[in-house]
Design a protein around this ligand. Structure first.
Ligand SMILES: [Cu+2]
Length: 335
């Protein structure tokens, strides 16, 4: 059973109880929620030890002879790939062919041998209006989806999202999980023979992967420990600079469980090409089991407070009605 679901239900149940028993204090509620989370975590720990997932060939990694984008596994990735494949490429192709055709036609039709007397035409209002208006319309047509893609990429993660921080070092990555007891993972590239032995692509496989839950928004933060690096995973449409002295953040949603490879994408020194990224996306319960197996905790997750929030908001809506009733009641004896 999905642990998030489990504790959410537990949280809602407790919240409902809290509604019924008005005397149940906030602290007692928090304690009860914590116990429910603990119980869920223990159940998850018993579910089984973590075994690194095998990657699927051609998924989440480059393919031989590939010239296009990798298959996408995030909502922004689908949108951006659609924009590239269905909008930009056709527009570029049509314009390039049109200009090429025009040039060839002019060079042939108006060659000196066939056209000894050059035209003296210098203005043509219709053509001038057309060649101004048509490019403007094309650019507006591109700008609308382009700006909306930008907006989607800048949309911050929801408040209760899991936070994970990727730190670029010369020349490896460290991943920390502040929501999971500050768990930290150091990730180094595997030697080629070891990668191949494990059925993974050489120069992309790592010893310890960045394990993330699938199907939920993740607040992925990046920072550089020494120089500027960039955290980039093509199949998740994710690229974010890791700059010393500042934290960048972007939301990441991975739609499907699997292994996704990426690389540092900012020239960061001699071994820039040897600090790959390997993300393993797991269902929530398996992710929690992995966290526990690494010595982390499930404190902020699975968000009993977040699940209780709508329930907690409900009584607020009820209050005015209750107050109204009380007011009527108190007014009644006076009448
Ligand atoms: Cu780097």
């Amino acid at each position: 059973m999905n642990i998030g679901e489990h504790a959410r239900r537990a949280g809602s149940a407790i919240a409902a109880m809290g509604l019924g028993i008005g005397s149940l204090s906030q602290a007692a509620f928090a304690q009860a929620a914590e116990k429910a989370t603990e119980a869920a975590a223990t159940a998850t720990a018993a579910a089984g030890a973590y075994v690194p997932m095998k990657p699927v060939p051609g998924i989440g990694q480059p393919v031989d002879g590939g010239i296009g984008f990798q298959q996408q596994f995030s909502p922004n990735g689908h949108y951006a790939l659609w924009m590239h494949d269905a909008l930009l490429m056709p527009v570029i192709t049509v314009i390039s062919l049109f200009v090429l055709g025009l040039l060839m036609w002019v060079a042939y039709r108006y060659r000196q041998g066939k056209n000894p007397v050059a035209s003296r035409t210098s203005h043509n209002t219709v053509i001038e209006v057309v060649w101004t208006l048509v490019p403007v319309l094309i650019l507006v047509g591109i700008a609308i989806p382009s700006i909306s893609l930008l907006a989607k990429q800048y949309k911050p993660a929801p408040e209760n999202a899991l936070t994970v921080k990727a730190t670029g070092n010369q020349w490896y990555w460290t991943y920390s999980y502040p929501d999971n007891g500050g768990l930290e993972v150091i990730s180094n590239m595997l030697p080629d023979d070891e990668a191949v032995k494990r059925g993974e692509p050489a120069k992309l496989a790592v010893d310890n992967r960045l394990v993330l839950p699938v199907g939920e928004p993740i607040r992925l933060q990046t920072v550089g420990a020494d120089v500027i690096h960039a955290f980039a995973v093509p199949s998740l449409w994710f690229k974010l600079d890791a700059v010393p002295g500042r934290i960048n953040e972007k939301v990441l949603v991975i739609e499907k469980a699997g292994v996704y490879y990426g690389q540092c994408s900012e020239l960061c020194g001699a071994r820039h090409g040897y600090m790959p990224i390997a993300i393993e996306a797991l269902p929530r319960d398996k992710f929690n089991a992995w966290v526990l197996s690494q010595g982390g905790t499930i404190d902020n997750q699975p968000k009993p407070a977040a699940a209780a929030a709508p329930a907690a908001a409900a009584p607020a809506a009820v209050v005015p009605a209750a107050a109204e009733a009380a007011a009527t009641e108190s007014a009644a004896p006076a009448a």
